[in-house]
Design a protein around this ligand. Structure first.
Ligand SMILES: Cc1cc2nc3c(=O)[nH]c(=O)nc-3n(C[C@H](O)[C@H](O)[C@H](O)COP(=O)(O)OP(=O)(O)OC[C@H]3O[C@@H](n4cnc5c(N)ncnc54)[C@H](O)[C@@H]3O)c2cc1C
Length: 395
């Protein structure tokens, strides 16, 4: 803290993105407070694999290694995926990606959200430049010429040069800053569960495009697969209500029994799907990051990976500003972050939206087109590059 009792940064939201941002800045010597409304539930190795998992891309892994949390995550429980297969239920053709083609060991890693957050929180707690303020909700944010004042619901006031709102898709701080969003509701839910299959998953992430939405099987370390099944709202409600045996039958059919019968399944949960993009990322000395700035369709497992790229970019921009002797909350500094990330995130969101629309079009002509596209894309077309980039979280 400086002489005026001012921190360098206040990060609001201790989800994966906010916690990674706070840790990255603290590791670089900035004094940071991480404000979170609800303490996360701890992760225990003896607990079953949590229902919420993400497919982590290699650049996010590099960030984790750099801020010193990768080894604790990798030692705990991760499922590398080395291959990816994508195909369409109503058209011929299949896309295949193999990490070995690029000389890599894995395309990505399937990791529990809870484990990522747990590892990041433990590191933040042990980091002397970081202070956890939890449970605490932000009640107001006041941008001033030389700093920002954040008032918590209990009346506590914190001051900093910059505020980073990583408080999720509904971001209360984004609303306080008067930043609007645009997007669309897919009228779909992503149903998630873990399932065991008669045949092994072969360290492969499988995705079948169905008329109602994509169905993914992601390989878990224990040999089961984590499914993400995007379904129209009413269909999701119906499938959620099925008994276990009926659910396993319907899921096996929907997946074309690619890994044989579904032999067991856990509890199920479903999440509403939408695309949402913030109109701007910066107001005064406050910036948005992660889902507060962008929410994308999960068909390529991208949302959190994009957020980690926000973290890496903002870290670099603030570090550069400090090296040049600039105020880290100055408009020109924060706009550089906004310029870099807003266009890339919008491109990814729209690319995923286009893929989702293309695979969602009903009727034979559309199915034939998809078949031709998948068959052609299997060789060297930009579509394969785009789907491949999406698969590896690089879109
Ligand atoms: C079904 C599904 C599958 C997905 N799969 C993938 C995948 O494979 N790969 C991938 O990259 N992404 C995936 N995603 C997206 C990913 O889950 C999100 O992008 C990511 O969780 C967003 O993290 P976040 O930290 O930005 O937000 P959140 O996780 O929502 O965290 C926000 C935090 O802010 C706190 N908060 C809110 N308001 C306040 C306040 N006023 N004061 C203090 N704290 C506050 C909340 O308590 C919360 O802890 C998927 C999403 C879905 C729905």
């Amino acid at each position: 803290m400086n002489r005026r009792g001012e921190l360098d940064a206040i990060v609001v939201g201790g989800g994966a993105i906010g916690a990674a941002q706070a840790l990255a800045l603290a590791r670089d010597g900035f004094e940071v407070a991480l404000v979170e409304a609800r303490a996360p539930k701890p992760w225990h190795a003896e607990d079953d694999v949590d229902l919420r998992v993400v497919a982590l891309a290699s650049d996010a892994r590099a960030l984790f290694a750099d801020i010193g949390v990768w080894s604790s995550i990798a030692d705990a429980r991760i499922g590398p995926y080395r291959r990816m297969r994508e195909w369409d239920a109503s058209a011929p053709g299949e896309l295949a990606f193999d990490a070995a083609e690029n000389g890599e060991a894995a395309l990505g890693w399937i990791i529990e959200n809870k484990l990522i957050q747990h590892a990041l929180w433990q590191a933040v707690e042990a980091e002397r430049n970081a202070r956890l303020v939890c449970p605490a909700e932000v009640a107001s944010v006041a941008n001033e010429a030389d700093g920002v004042e954040v008032t918590l619901a209990d009346g506590t006031r914190l001051r900093s040069r910059v505020v980073i709102a990583a408080d999720g898709a509904e971001s209360p701080v984004r609303a306080m800053l008067g930043i609007d969003t645009k997007g669309r509701d897919y009228a779909q839910r992503a149903l998630v569960a873990h399932v065991a299959t008669a045949r092994p998953h072969e360290d492969t992430a499988w995705q079948r495009f169905l008329p109602g939405g994509p169905l993914a099987f992601l390989p878990l370390a224990d040999g089961r697969s984590s499914i993400v099944w995007s379904l129209p709202d009413a269909e999701a409600a119906r499938i959620l209500a099925l008994d276990d045996a009926a659910f396993r039958d319907e899921l096996g059919c929907a997946f074309d029994f690619r890994l044989g019968e579904i032999t067991s399944s856990t509890a199920r949960a479903a999440f509403p799907l939408r695309m949402r993009l913030a109109d701007r990322y910066v107001t005064g000395r406050c910036v948005l990051a992660g889902d507060a700035a962008h929410v994308v369709h999960p068909l390529a497992g991208q949302g959190m990976n994009l957020g980690f790229r926000d973290v890496a970019c903002l870290r670099r921009v603030l570090r550069d500003a400090r090296e040049r002797g600039s105020d880290i909350g100055a408009a020109h500094v924060l706009r550089r972050y906004e310029r870099e990330r807003r266009s890339e995130n919008a491109l990814a969101a729209r690319g995923l939206d286009a893929i989702q629309r293309a695979f969602d079009m009903p009727g034979m002509p559309a199915a034939m087109l998809r078949g031709v596209a998948l068959a052609a894309a299997h060789h060297v077309s930009p579509l394969k590059d785009m789907l491949g980039a999406a698969a590896a979280g690089r879109l």
